[in-house]
Design a protein around this ligand. Structure first.
Ligand code: IVH
Length: 678
């Protein structure tokens, strides 16, 4: 239900399709926490901070991420709880009949299809009587909280929320305080048992005042368990509800066929801004109860009803600026800074522009009048610019090529929508995320340093970059004074850190969190370059694309140009080189040792290229064996290549090898060299 609306909304969320693994996992964790918090605020404290639409958008985002990353679905995922699970403070009430949901329609065609399918389902009746019209009641869809209120012998005995549709919470005491809910039924004919269903909502005027007493009201619109049949149609039932003292929405009308239904929809849509309550569509219900009965339901929604949703709300306003947010994974997201505007009752001053291409595609320019849309979504969107109102001289937006947080180069790889900051470890926006990665199990594996601690250490300037971790001893006193840290835990942390002062090169490389450099790539690099110095020097030298270093890096089997580009970009930033140097000053990085067998091998340390088709093994296997013997393998031939092993149908590589005067070996010669026979 919409109570207190936040004036402004955070546009920071990265579009789901742009999330990488790490970001997805974090986001799922955040959403689980956030949704649980809103559930508590809503159900336990009865003090929601956000409206239904915003809440739904959170859940939808959670679902979308889970769909893309099914492996990361959490045990405490909101998707595993249907609707709002009843909480402990309210007793659980099992509904006598389930409280259903509704199918949605978003345009006129959907509505016509609904009428068609209902007629088709009931075609016997419509064939038998061609003059029969399909009558529906159309009523506003109230944006509130649905309730089931039970009366026995005319007295209110229980009220329950919808919950998950099967069971909700007992809110009898709260509902008794709602003025428009009769405590005793009026009128003469009172069924022994009458369950009334409807929507509790908050009046808009009350909204603006946010008074202490809660000006809640209730619209009745359906029945649940009823001890005797009441009327033959929904229209009659609504009249009875009024007779018993309930408020029934005054805009409800009987419609003969789809044209009348659609006309009503447009009338209600027009009336919407003047209403004292929030509505988000129009519900059509087949009027005759006997037909409702026959139509029955599909999954959890009746076949005889449809919710026709209102379109997203739009408004025009000026785009004052485009700011750039840097996400925790370094993605740069453009955000529209707007002249604050009321969009369907919510003040909006920022909206997401998603990414560089989106700005280009929509051609929005600073100073433009833009159309802002809010579609029950957390993040308002920019639909486009009103070009006719563009000021002469308005220039296209130039997306920054440097990170606004740290000034590092921001690069965009081919096929990627996001431009990313390469500042990694020094970028404030990413530092905590990177530090967390740095200490994680497959990296430095430092126990006792959870995310919470890292964030706190970072905020208090104790740890700004990885090297600072290894200097924490200097802050022993400060640490001991911190809440949650005692002598034992501090000692333990120091011991854990000391245990990592010597680390294997591949872990070291992986821990730096360079984009696209996962564990496997880190291992390849470590094996190829052997020592930290060799690797670092090569990465710096590879900035020159004509260099041997670039050629060599690009040539490592399984390292493509894109990974190579990221590696070079990382070392192109002085901050990153400084981070590596500072770390190297604190710790020992153990070189990759060639196994003893390798040193004996005549191919150890040699650069080998395989070309053409081999007969005893695949090229991939040949490379693996060569590498196991301490050789390095490459994809193309250069003057640094030691051996070129030529299979059948070898092409240009063999020719080039001969031109360069390199040692060219047949498969047989190669096998002999490594001591293997066919
Ligand atoms: S009829 C069997 N009528 O919309 C159908 N529902 O999306 C029972 N709602 O859970 C619902 N206004 O909370 C009906 N005039 C109206 C409504 C309405 C709001 C809510 C209700 C329901 C949800 C389904």
């Amino acid at each position: 239900m919409n109570e207190v609306r936040r004036k402004d909304r955070e546009p920071a969320a990265t579009p789901v399709e742009q999330l990488d693994d790490v970001a997805a996992r974090r986001e799922l964790r955040r959403l689980a926490k956030e949704i649980a918090r809103h559930d508590t605020l809503y159900h336990q404290n009865d003090a929601p901070e956000i409206g239904d639409a915003e809440y739904d958008a959170l859940r939808r985002r959670n679902d979308a991420i889970e769909k893309r990353f099914p492996d990361y679905v959490r045990d405490d995922s909101p998707s595993k709880r249907v609707g709002a699970a009843p909480v402990a403070t309210f007793a659980k009430v099992t509904h006598s009949r389930p409280m259903l949901s509704l199918d949605n329609a978003f345009d006129d065609d959907d509505v016509r299809d609904f009428f068609k399918s209902v007629r088709n389902y009931l075609r016997r009746d419509f064939e038998a009587d061609p003059s029969l019209t399909l009558e529906v009641m159309g009523e506003p869809k109230i944006d509130g909280l649905s309730l089931a209120i039970r009366y026995e012998h005319g007295s209110l005995v229980q009220a329950a929320t919808r919950g998950d549709g099967t069971a909700g919470e007992d809110v009898t005491a709260n509902v008794r305080t709602i003025e428009t809910v009769p405590k005793k039924l009026e009128g003469r004919r009172k069924p022994a048992v009458l369950e009334v269903r409807g929507e509790v909502y908050m009046r808009r005027d009350a909204f603006a005042k946010i008074t202490a007493s809660r000006p809640l009201a209730f619209f009745a619109y359906a029945g649940g368990e009823i001890s005797e049949p009441i009327g033959d149609t929904h229209a009659e039932f609504l009249d009875h509800l009024k007779g018993w003292g309930f408020e029934v929405n005054p805009l409800a009308r009987l419609c003969k066929g789809e044209d009348e239904a659609l006309a009503l929809y447009h009338r209600i849509l027009e009336a919407r801004p003047k209403l004292q309550y929030e509505i988000d569509g129009v519900v059509y219900k087949v009027n005759r109860f006997d037909l409702q009965e026959r139509l029955g339901m599909v999954s959890r929604a009746p076949r005889w009803a449809l919710a026709h949703k209102f379109p997203a709300e739009q408004a025009r306003t000026r785009l004052n600026a485009i700011s750039i947010q840097v996400g925790r994974t370094g993605a740069l997201t453009p955000v529209a800074e707007l002249e604050p505007i009321n969009v369907g009752g919510v003040m909006v001053s920022r909206a997401t522009l998603h990414n560089e291409d989106e700005i280009e595609r929509k051609d929005v320019r600073i100073g433009d009048i833009v159309i802002v849309q809010r579609a029950g979504d957390v993040i308002p969107q920019i639909v486009g610019a009103v070009e006719s109102e563009r000021k002469p001289g308005a220039r296209k937006f130039k997306f920054p090529e440097r990170c606004p947080e740290c000034g590092s180069l921001a690069i965009r790889e081919e096929g990627e929508v996001a431009r990313r900051c390469t500042g990694g470890l020094i970028c404030k926006a990413q530092a905590v995320e990177r530090l967390r990665h740095f200490v994680s199990r497959d990296a430095f594996d430092i126990e006792g340093l959870g995310e919470k601690h890292i964030q706190a250490f970072f905020d208090d300037d104790l740890v700004k970059s990885p090297a600072d971790l290894f200097k924490l001893k200097r802050h022993e006193k400060v640490l001991l004074e911190r809440e949650g840290w005692g002598e034992t835990s501090v000692k333990k942390l120091f011991a854990n850190l000391d245990a990592r002062r010597t680390i294997a090169l591949d872990r070291f490389i992986y821990a730096l969190g360079i984009r696209q450099v996962g564990e496997a790539t880190a291992k390849l690099l470590a094996r190829h370059y052997g020592t930290l110095d060799a690797w670092r020097d090569a990465m710096i030298a590879a900035a020159d694309r004509d260099s041997e270093a670039w050629h060599d890096l690009d040539n490592i089997t399984q390292i493509g140009e894109s990974v190579a580009t990221d590696l070079v970009a990382f070392f192109a930033e002085k901050h990153n080189r400084d981070v590596v140097k500072a770390l190297a000053d604190q710790i020992d990085v153990t070189p990759v040792k060639a196994p003893t067998a390798r040193a004996d091998s005549p191919v150890a340390g040699k650069i080998v290229v395989f070309t053409g088709e081999l007969t005893t093994m695949t090229r991939r296997e040949a490379k693996a064996r060569a590498e196991a013997l301490g050789a390095k393998t490459a994809e193309s031939v250069s003057k640094n290549t030691d051996y070129v092993v030529v299979g059948s149908a070898a092409g240009s590589k063999a020719t080039k090898a001969r031109e360069l005067g390199l040692t060219v070996l047949s498969e047989e010669e190669w096998l002999a060299m490594i001591g293997q026979r066919r």
